[in-house]
Design a protein around this ligand. Sequence first.
Ligand code: ACO
Length: 161
Amino acid sequence: MCPVQFEVKVRAFSSGDLDGICEIERLSFPDPWSKLEFQMVRRLPNVVFLVAELEGSPVGYVVAERRHSFLRRGSSGRILNLAVHPNFRRMGIGSRLLREATAMLNVEEVWLEVRKSNHAAVNFYLKSGFKPVNLAPRYYGDEDAVRMVKRPLTFPPQQGD
Ligand code: ACO
């Protein structure tokens, strides 16, 4: 793990982050969220939107949502979006964003969908303790998603723990 992790600050999203986040989003996904989508999602109740900042600029972000199921009488969360700038990957930033967002959700289980061909992200979530549950056919229109869940919410120990 690179020492840069120790200079990275994780904090709540603010509107000044939008341009930087949209640039990371474009570099990270074939079907990037628009600026408007980020602006809309930040206004939703029960959304956790965190930014990893290095020397004043965003280098990653996570958007997660808390849901309450009255039928199952439990609480669950969903990772809606998570990306790290390509120049800052494999430094532990994605893991830290995931860990901090999950802690803030404060739920019993967390779900997510990830493109089947996105081996880096599938491996990242497996490493973080998520388990594949099933395939969601055509979830992305052009591709299936792997649906994954993590319960109970414990993470592997990090350096310094
Ligand atoms: N290939 C294989 N394993 C990987 C990779 C990779 N490219 N990247 C991470 N991992 C695994 C490794 O086991 C890694 O530990 P190691 O480096 O000690 O071997 C572990 O995950 C932790 O990696 P981090 O450094 O914490 O992850 P990073 O900061 O690089 O972020 C992320 C991972 C977010 C998936 C990043 O690659 C990225 O932004 N990808 C593009 C966007 C994306 O696909 N986001 C997920 C979409 S799905 C969703 O949002 C629900």
